[in-house]
Design a protein around this ligand. Structure first.
Ligand SMILES: Nc1ncnc2c1ncn2[C@@H]1O[C@H](COP(=O)(O)OP(=O)(O)OP(=O)(O)O)[C@@H](O)[C@H]1O
Ligand SMILES: [Zn+2]
Length: 761
């Protein structure tokens, strides 16, 4: 007897097969079962998506037989299949592509014997009750956040300052869910696991009582074998807590009860190839699906997002009441504003003692003439000599004092303003650490000839190659094209070609010169280190470099955004952003949001130890000190920043008030890429596609970096005030895009793709 099935398999992105294929089986199979099926001459992994009870009408001889079933694996749940269907539909990709990409790659390769061997290993239950005696006492704000979270069912946004102890809230929320239900599973997502090696250890330690192998990691840094192992443990329900990156949102977790998304604003939650999903958005959707799951009536599945600088989308959702908001404004160990005030009045001015010796920064500034430095509060008037105004700490919740350096009033071409240099030197002399942040790696972004104007352009991209002094190369950060630095200008022969601008490599060198005479308390020379993608290429390098920072072996740490986020540094009292202006006037409407959160995150690395928090500072060098973004930063005032950005976006109908998609096209010639997009849009116009009257496609334009690796790139923005209309339109437009692609004039098109809810425009 034959059984008829719909099976999804991984289909090439642009093949004609979008939906499931029909197969036949001699024995009954469950929906969700993993099978091996013939496809062309190959045998591929597939997922049974549906049964066809009336398949008997089909001609048996035309329908191929399922080749095998992955025995021992429970079928993928209905909720998982719904999640995959939604993802494929919403992000305009094929079902098979999304479904199969969500499975560990090794699953496709193992034969039955190998798989059985993996599944054989019995997991013995070694769990015990959690010993809560040595847990730290929660702060009042942490207690309140957890209580409010428990009392609600909506998606929650934990709006917690840097260092307010958000991680502890995640740990407690997870512990509670796991203790209530012996089968419950928790998924904790972080932007990049490799950046915070401490975190996994912290989770493993906290949940050691669950027994061996109950906490697993799921991210792309794992070997294929490790990834399979984690996935199988999650799918079987053995793993109780999964710590993962964006890919983990699509893992099979049959008893999922809580999803945590740490640093929910982070751009790395958006997948940038294939199905360009937002793992944060899918987490919210998944929680809803899991809660509605009637096969496992296990009550609600909650989602907890956390950030000090939430995405404007999530923030807006808290304003409309769609999400619940949990506030933690104060850093751990810092008395609340009211307490601070009280102690200050009774104990006289206690801050004078703790503040850095001398409002010396201010002196240093005025000695150099004028008021080039616009510090946070009006210090000149209010601050007692050597301190800052008494209420500052309580108001700042232990966050660093933000000082803006007006670069218009600093010596020409200076990279580090003299007052900032003084402040760093003082830190070194006191044995404190400073973190200098510059979001540009390499030695100099451009090498140029001042005689003829030659610049180190990449021959394959519309971008300059970056000068890396360490191996004397010019490297393109877009296509990777690398060459030795020429001895003389390739265009005019002048031997005097010089670096223009600064990257982290040059900044490190420059700081070493500037601080050469400065001694540490032990009399030794200052120690400067750099952490960026170049210094951490080797496995384990980042870990050992971070360890030496934590151990206090480094006085001044220079780096890119790699060091600005997430690390729990305990001895840093000064953070400086050397050149953040670029993002202020970007054409990308999300650039200010990204800059603000990056600076808040960076500032959040300073003064994390409450003993230092009062004396900690965040310096920002800028030519636009009065820019509202820096005003808000000065006050650590995300809500004010968000209100202003949201008002602008509302006026312009942009996210979260409007919805958009980008269609990107790549070809050897720009005209072909643009022509393809415009032709497809014209076809849509002609056919009056569903939703078209609420959707605006804009003319195709070259992408900001127009050419990469000799491929011309163009994009078309499509906007709508209605998410549903945009979705209907895109779904109907897909076939037209395929049709257009087949026209002779667009033969040379290399590829095209739709990006729904793009994060960079
Ligand atoms: N209740 C508490 N009592 C004492 N220390 C705590 C408490 N909660 C958290 N901590 C400690 O405070 C520090 C900061 O906490 P955590 O790293 O969770 O902050 P965060 O809010 O995640 O900050 P960021 O957003 O900057 O990563 C950590 O060293 C943590 O161990
Ligand atoms: Zn290039």
């Amino acid at each position: 007897m034959s059984y008829w099935l719909q099976v999804v398999v991984a289909t090439p992105a642009h093949s004609a097969i979008a939906g499931p294929l029909t197969y036949r089986s001699e024995s009954p199979l469950a929906v969700g079962a993993l099978v091996r099926v013939p496809l062309g001459r190959r045998e591929v992994l597939g997922v049974v998506w549906d049964l066809l009870p009336d398949g008997g009408a089909l001609q048996a001889e035309n329908i191929r037989l399922v080749a095998g079933v992955l025995e021992g694996l429970a079928p993928l749940s209905a909720t998982w299949r719904k999640l995959v269907s939604f993802t494929a539909g919403y992000y305009q990709r094929s079902l098979g592509e999304v479904a199969l990409a969500a499975l560990p790659p090794q699953l496709r390769e193992l034969n039955a014997v190998q798989l059985t061997r993996r599944l054989k290993r019995p997991v013995v239950d070694t769990s015990r009750a959690q010993d809560t005696s040595d847990l730290i006492a929660l702060s009042a704000q942490q207690e309140r956040a957890l209580a409010e979270f428990d009392a609600d069912t909506r998606p929650a946004l934990l709006f917690g300052a840097t260092g307010s102890g958000k991680t502890e809230v995640y740990l407690r929320a997870a512990a509670k869910v796991l203790a209530q239900d012996p089968a419950a599973q928790v998924l904790v997502m972080v932007p990049e696991i490799n950046l915070t090696p401490q975190l996994q250890a912290r989770f493993e330690e906290r949940f050691a009582h669950l027994g061996k192998e109950r906490v697993v990691a799921l991210h792309s840094g794992l070997t294929p074998a490790q990834r399979l192992k984690s996935w199988l443990a999650a799918h079987a329900g053995q793993a109780r807590l999964v710590l993962g990156t964006r890919m983990a949102v699509l893992a099979s977790l049959p008893h999922l009860r809580l999803l945590v998304v740490d640093e929910e604003h982070d751009p790395s939650y958006k997948q940038q190839e294939g199905a360009r999903y937002s793992a944060r958005d899918l987490a919210v959707y998944r929680a809803k699906l899991e809660s509605a799951d009637t096969d496992h009536p296990h009550g609600d599945c909650r989602v907890l997002l956390g950030s000090a600088t939430p995405s404007l989308e999530s923030w807006q959702a808290t304003l409309t009441g769609r999400y619940q908001r949990l506030n933690m404004s104060e850093r751990i160990g810092v008395p609340s504003a009211i307490d601070t005030e009280a102690t200050q009045f009774s104990d006289g001015p206690p801050l004078g003692k703790l503040a850095p010796p001398g409002g010396s920064e201010l002196h240093a500034v005025s000695e150099r003439g004028g008021l080039p430095l616009s510090a946070g509060p009006p210090q000149g008037k209010l601050a007692p000599p050597g301190g800052r105004e008494p209420h500052a700490v309580g108001e700042r919740g232990g966050l660093p004092l933000v000082r803006r350096v007006d670069m218009n009033h600093q010596p020409k071409h200076c990279t580090i303003a003299p007052p900032l240099l003084d402040a760093i030197a003082q830190r070194v002399a006191r044995g404190e650490q400073s973190l200098i942040f510059l979001n540009r790696r390499g030695y100099a972004p451009v090498l140029a000839c001042h005689d003829c104007g030659w610049k180190s352009e990449c021959p394959h991209c519309s971008a300059y190659r970056v000068f890396h002094k360490i191996d004397r190369t010019l490297r393109c950060h877009h296509c990777g094209f690398t060459e030795r630095v020429p001895r003389a200008c390739p265009s005019c022969g002048n031997i005097d070609i010089a670096p223009v601008g600064r990257g982290t490599e040059r900044l490190e060198e420059h700081l070493a010169e500037l601080l050469a005479g400065v001694r540490r308390p032990d009399g030794e020379a200052v120690r400067i280190a750099r952490i960026d993608a170049d210094t951490t290429r080797l496995k384990g390098a980042l870990e050992s470099q971070l360890a030496s920072v934590h151990a206090g072996e480094v006085d001044v740490l220079v780096g890119t955004q790699m060091i600005a986020k997430g690390h729990d540094f305990r001895h840093i009292t000064l953070v400086a952003a050397v050149n953040p202006d670029g993002a202020l006037f970007s054409s990308d409407f999300r650039a200010p949001e990204r800059l603000f959160s990056l600076l808040m995150q960076a500032g959040g690395r300073a003064g994390r130890d409450a003993r230092h928090s009062q004396a900690s500072e965040m310096w920002v060098q800028t030519f636009h000190p009065a820019h509202p973004l820096f005003e808000a930063l000065k006050r650590h005032d995300y809500p004010v920043f968000a209100a202003r950005e949201l008002a602008e976006r509302q006026a312009a109908g942009m996210s979260p008030f409007g919805y958009s998609a980008l269609v990107r096209a790549e070809a050897k010639e720009q005209s072909v890429a643009q022509g393809f997009l415009n032709a497809a849009a014209a076809a849509a116009q002609l056919r009056q596609l569903p939703g078209h009257d609420a959707v605006t496609p804009y003319p195709a334009v070259p992408m900001t970096i127009q050419r990469v690796a000799n491929i011309e790139r163009a994009q078309m923005l499509v906007e709508s005030p209605s998410r549903a209309a945009l979705q209907r339109f895109l779904a109907a437009w897909q076939p037209l895009l395929f049709d257009t692609r087949r026209q002779a004039e667009f033969k040379s098109l290399v590829r095209w793709a739709i990006d729904v809810d793009p994060i960079a425009i």
